[in-house]
Design a protein around this ligand. Structure first.
Ligand code: NAD
Length: 378
């Protein structure tokens, strides 16, 4: 019997990798599920919900770790997790593979097989396992809801007997999963929405959501998407043209949501101090890329900075602020990843090491960091 386990996450992480729904499915597949008491509370999952779904709840985190064949986690495992898991145990988590290296080395040195969910290939078969999509979608929604709450005006146009309230102008920079949901949410709230991206595919998606697309559409733009569907870093020449275009536009906007990212690199700098200074007092910027260095020069991780009356918010875990939905979807992503590896009644996962999904996400195995993108050069 395979034992699947989860302990409480770090204090700053409200999400959890097992939901009562996924516990039920895992138990039906013949697994034993162990979870630390209280681990789901910040996602509103009670110990009694887990027990009813068939899990064993234990107050002893050490016992949960020691029993795990598969350890499910939202963030990187803690030092206690790494030392408490048995040699050969499998971890599935958002490992921050491009983050601080010594933590990954420790996972490898402990003989743990680990999978980074962020590295899930963007192929059709893996869509239901794609944690970046499930979490970014909720984060894009929450960014707009937060911006609306910070903005001391209404978003929709209102014609009243006392006068007209103008519609707010909302600009979304970076139209991946988060940006698309930000556009949709902004439109639902009645804002006039414009958006920009460097990938041509974004143009049609923006239009289909009823927003206007603004971008420097030169030859470099036409080739900005990698085969994996992500953006390439743009040349200094392109960045200059992009800045010229967005400088004029930003000065007229009330709310800017930035989501622009390039895998494995710092976030592109899209909003300078001068651009912030061109905005009207009372405007709001939400920099969703702040954890990776920020799209806005003035954004600070986890803080709201005010500059000339413009507030720049740098949230660190927006999906975690919608923890109930975020955990449900994340746990489902993990279940969908594990499901093909579980044969009913088996004692260990059946892993096909040649599978594209396994190769794409495998970070450590047999004491080493094995992912090609994580090999140290020289
Ligand atoms: P991401 O989080 O890596 O980046 C966010 C957005 O920022 C992207 O749209 C990117 O093009 C944009 N960006 C990067 N540099 C920029 C710049 N200098 N200026 C403006 N914008 C910039 O992206 P994501 O949300 O992970 O989505 C990436 C792609 O993957 C999208 O095409 C998405 O539709 C696709 N996707 C595919 C699948 C699948 O098929 N399984 C699942 C999810 C997403």
């Amino acid at each position: 019997m395979i034992t699947i386990a989860a302990t409480a996450e770090a204090a700053s992480e409200p999400r959890i990798g097992l939901s009562p729904e996924t516990v039920k499915k895992l138990v039906q597949k013949g697994c034993r599920v162990l979870i630390e008491s209280g681990a789901g509370l910040k996602s509103r999952f009670l110990d009694t919900d887990y027990t009813a779904a068939g899990a064993t709840v234990s107050a002893d985190a050490g016992e949960v770790r020691a029993g795990a064949d598969v350890f499910l986690r939202v963030g990187r495992p803690s030092a206690a997790d790494v030392s408490g898991l048995k040699n050969g145990a499998v971890i599935a988590a958002m490992l921050e593979p491009f983050g601080e290296r010594t933590g990954l080395d420790a996972i490898a040195a402990a003989g743990l097989t680990s999978f980074a969910m962020e590295l899930m290939p963007r192929i059709t078969r893996a869509q239901s396992m794609d944690v970046l999509s499930s979490q970014s979608n909720l984060a894009g929604y929450k960014a707009v809801v937060d911006a609306a709450a910070m903005f001391q005006r209404a978003l929709p146009m209102m014609m009243t007997a006392a006068g007209t309230v103008p519609a707010a102008k909302l600009f979304v920079m970076g139209v991946g999963v988060a940006g698309l949901q930000a556009i949709a949410t902004g439109r639902r709230l009645g804002a006039i929405v414009t958006a920009t991206d460097v990938r041509p595919a974004a143009k049609e998606q923006v239009a289909s959501l009823g927003a206007k697309f603004i971008a420097v559409e030169n030859d470099e733009f036409k080739q900005a998407e990698t085969t994996a569907g992500y953006a390439k870093p743009m040349s200094p020449e392109y960045q200059k043209l992009q800045a010229e275009l967005t400088t004029k536009h930003i000065a007229t906007q009330d709310i800017v949501i930035t989501t622009a990212l390039i895998p494995g690199r710092p976030a592109p700098r899209l909003i300078t101090r001068a651009m912030v200074e061109s905005m009207k007092p009372g405007s709001v910027i939400i920099d969703m890329a702040v954890e990776r260095g920020g799209n806005c020069e003035l954004a600070k991780p986890g803080e709201t900075v005010e500059h000339n009356g413009v507030r720049i918010h740098g949230p660190l875990n927006l999906a975690g602020e919608v923890a109930v939905n975020a955990s449900s979807l994340y746990a489902k992503n993990l279940l969908n990843f594990l499901d093909p590896l579980i044969e009913k009644g088996a004692d260990a996962l059946k892993i096909n090491w040649d599978d594209e999904i396994i190769k794409g996400t495998l970070v450590t195995r047999d004491g080493k960091i094995v992912h090609p993108a994580l090999q140290l050069k020289g």
